[in-house]
Design a protein around this ligand. Sequence first.
Ligand code: HEM
Length: 639
Amino acid sequence: MNEQTFLDRVALQQDDWPNIQALAVTALSHHPLSYYVLLHFGEGMSGKAHQWLAALAGRITPILPKEVARQRKHDPVRNVALTREGLLALGLTGTEMETFPFPFQDGMTSDHRRRILGDDGPAAPESWHWGGPKNKTAHVLLMLFARTPADLDSVINSERASWTQAGLSVAYELPRPHRDSTREHFGFLDGVGQPVPRGTPNSGKQKARTGHETQVNAGEFVLGYINEDRVPPASPSVAAERDPQRILPPRRRLENGSYVEDAEVRDFGANGTYLVLRQIEQDVASFWKTLDAAARGDAARREWLGAKIVGRWPSGAPATLHPEAVADPSPNADDPSNDFSYRPADVAGTGCPFGAHIRRSNPRDTLNEDPAVALRSARRHRLLRRGRSYGPPVTDRLQDDGKERGLHFACLNADLERQFEFVQQTWINNPNFFSLSGEADPLIAGGPAMSIPGCPVRERIAGLQHFVTVRGGAYFLLPSLPALRFLASLGAAASVPEPEVVKPAGDLEPIAVAMPIPPQPAPAAAVIETRAPEGETPAPKPASRPKPQAPAPKPQAPAVKPQAPAAKPSSQPKPAPPAAKSASSPPPKPAPVPPPSPSKAKPAAPKVPGRSSPEPAAPKKTPPAKPSAPPSKNKKPKK
Ligand code: HEM
């Protein structure tokens, strides 16, 4: 790797596509049917499980070039993720596990994490269907996608035969999505606001669909790439002697202004990412009946209240661009526009209220006086959502039919604390978000109240309750294909297969889709000089990362991780105020500002009012004056 390619690592590199699972860049909308199963390795792991994994790795669908994906569009898609327990069962050591970030080490249901996520009461992990302390341990999440029911059944049957033969059992079979649905059960178009990792093969698709595309540095979603902090995210690693076949790439890190390859450490996380999966039950009748009561039975007003709660009309039309009674008559009239910002057109929240679900989960240019700074901050907390609805469709949304339905909420992110947990805790669950008081997300955090700014007076709906309940969840690693093969190699009897060459349907040339990284000479700390991008504040002096062989004892994670990259460690004890009032902490001005009143607002003027503010440019190819080491998640940051 040379300087050029290091700096190019803000965008996914085509060379890496065969190593990255497809879900990292596509929601697989052409494969509307899916099946998620949690598997458990049998007692006393045998080589069979490793052999199963080695074979499965050869069947996993990676990122495919556009034309190949088109040729293979009828093929089922298989992706796989592993829990902490799964990785340990396959042979990662406790020491290696300590190179993972705290949320992954802790697990979603630890005392600390459940406080952060607000999983209590009926949503406490003790009552979960899976992933909780009373449930059978889930090691593997196998995700199968197909275009037709027959294709789905066929791939499920063949995979079931394969895992059963290897001695794995089902820990939990997630309820299947019953329909090809882009609308979640409350009735709103879902999956509109999505970031696009730079270097995604189908880049441009989002723009065509929604009129806007926010490209985000690939390191926000894939380990081994440069993130929005201009450093690679922390990545788990193993000692080189554990990988004699050199399946994994060497670990690369920034040190003292240079980019260094560690001869003795292999990067287990490279080209992988973290997957958050939460089964969230939705009480549709309760949601619409509550709004109906607040609207005194006026159907149009009920719809209006729903749009204010979500921030979009059921069609996907944004409330910011359509503050009042947008024509939303037919399910075919979808208007999933994403080409808007909140300043200056909606600075007072009269279109999309401050507390609406989409304004909380992505405040765009809201949380700083300078819209560009606010946008840059929001980009550090983006989630790549991959959710799918499960359970039967709703026939009458005002009638409780007693059937369980909901959303398999799934999202990908490279930094569980800074992305998923931050969004859930600091924005969604926060009763004091922005200028609000005593109002959590009305859609998914139980309100219990919501202010709707208006002229001449604002309205406040009270008596909102929990319309959703978490029924299961876990943090997973969505490993790279080499990482899967490395794990398979840890089984005594398993052998790592030769590169598999798949001939796509049609006349295209074969492409290698399962390509072990060829043996590489062990370089003695190859050093590549880097420099600061113009205009960038140099990062603090690098913190060195503990070697996997001699890790520090596992400290506790802070509730809200400091946002500065490469912060130095400290021995601060574990704090845990859930939903503490705090907003994004962007460089260089992290603090949110209270909403200016419309008359006092001094918004920067975008070209078209109400349309997207210009975003900060992609990082230049000239690196920082004092590049820093990637922030180590398992060290305490200094205050
Ligand atoms: C049952 C639970 C949920 C439902 C029904 C739901 C529904 C929706 C809907 C209707 C939208 C607007 C359409 C769109 O932009 O895709 C949306 C957007 C979004 N949701 Fe949720 N959501 C749920 C849970 C969550 C959770 C748990 C999170 C994160 C912790 C989340 C984060 C987001 C984000 C980031 C957006 C996009 C906002 C934007 O970019 O403007 N959602 N959700």
